[in-house]
Design a protein. Structure first.
Length: 266
C-alpha cells in the first residue's frame, strides 16, 4: 500500500531557499533553506541554511519531516548548515527514535564542526564525504565525484535515477574538471556573485563555461548574493540561455520543479 503511495509521488525539486551570503541571510531577502529533492520515493534534504526548517514547514505543509531519508551537507558554511541540528532532532524525535542518515565532509564534525555531537548517536547512519563516494539509496545513486575549491571542505554531487540525472555544483572556484565531473541532464549551480573577482565562488561567466561545456537539458541557478539579486536573477538566466543555447532557469523560493517538466523544457 505504501509502495503505491510512493509511486504516485511526482519526482520534483523544491527550493527551500535561493539566497546566499551574509547580507541576503541577514535581511532574508531570499530564503536560505537549501534544496529538497523528492526522487523515486526518496526524500533528500541538502544544505539546510538559516530558517530552513520554517521554510520546509511552509513550502511542504503536508510532508512529515521525519520522513526525510537523507540529509546532505555539501560544506559547513552557515548558509548551508545553520538548521541541520534542528532537522536531526526532528528526524530522531529528540533522540527517542534511531533514525536519519547524515552525509557531510569530515570538517563538519567534531571541534570546529557544525553538527552537535550528542545528536550523532541518535542517527541510523552517517557517511563522511570523500571524493568518489558513492551512495546507493534504493535505486537512487548519489555520487560525490570531486572536491570543490572553496575555503572549507566542499563537495557537489550527482544523483542518478532511472533515465535522468541531476547534479549540483555548489560553492567553488571555477576549474575545468568541474565540467566532466558534474555532467547531468539537470545541472544546478550556485551563483553567488556577479563578478569573477571572488575566487571562492562561481561568477556568471564561470557558469556560462560550465553550462556550455556540459550542455544539460536544463540548468538552474540559485544561491544568489546581493549583486545577483540587484541585477535580477531572471535577467542573468536569460543572458546565459542566449549565450549557451541551453534553457536556464533562475530558482524561486518555495517553487516545486517537476523533473518531467524540467527534462522536456529544453
Ligand atoms: Zn560556502
Amino acid at each position: 500500500m505504501s509502495r503505491k503511495v510512493q509511486e504516485q509521488q511526482v519526482d520534483e525539486i523544491i527550493f527551500l531557499g535561493t539566497g546566499g551570503a551574509r547580507y541576503v541571510i541577514a535581511k532574508q531577502l531570499r530564503a536560505t533553506g537549501g534544496i529538497f529533492f523528492r526522487l523515486g520515493g526518496k526524500n533528500i534534504l541538502v544544505d539546510p541554511g538559516p530558517e530552513s526548517y520554517l521554510r520546509f514547514l511552509t513550502y511542504l505543509p503536508k510532508f512529515n519531516p521525519e520522513k526525510i531519508d537523507m540529509v546532505i551537507l555539501t560544506h559547513k558554511h552557515i548558509d548551508h548548515s545553520a538548521d541541520v541540528n534542528v532537522y536531526l532532532d526532528v528526524i530522531t524525535e529528540g533522540g527517542f527514535k534511531k533514525n536519519g542518515f547524515l552525509v557531510a565532509p569530515a570538517d563538519a564534525f567534531g571541534k570546529g564542526g557544525v553538527v552537535f555531537e550528542y545528536l550523532l548517536e541518535f542517527l541510523k547512519e552517517i557517511k563522511v564525504i570523500k571524493a568518489g563516494l558513492d551512495i546507493e539509496l534504493d535505486g537512487l545513486k548519489v555520487k560525490f565525484p570531486i572536491r570543490h575549491e572553496h575555503r572549507v571542505e566542499t563537495y557537489g554531487f550527482k544523483i542518478s535515477h532511472d533515465n535522468y540525472s541531476i547534479s549540483y555544483i555548489v560553492d567553488t572556484k571555477f576549474f575545468p574538471e568541474l565540467i566532466d565531473a558534474y555532467r547531468a541532464d539537470i545541472v544546478i549551480l550556485s551563483l553567488l556573485k556577479l563578478e569573477p573577482s571572488d575566487i571562492d565562488h562561481l561568477s556568471v561567466s564561470d557558469c556560462e563555461n560550465i553550462i556550455a561545456g556540459i550542455k544539460p537539458k536544463v540548468a538552474i541557478i540559485t544561491h544568489f548574493g546581493m549583486t545577483i539579486i540587484r541585477k535580477g536573477p531572471w535577467n542573468i538566466a536569460r543572458a546565459l540561455r542566449t549565450k549557451t543555447g541551453v534553457t536556464v532557469l533562475a530558482a524561486e523560493d518555495g517553487k516545486h520543479y517537476e523533473i518531467k517538466k524540467l527534462l522536456s523544457s529544453g
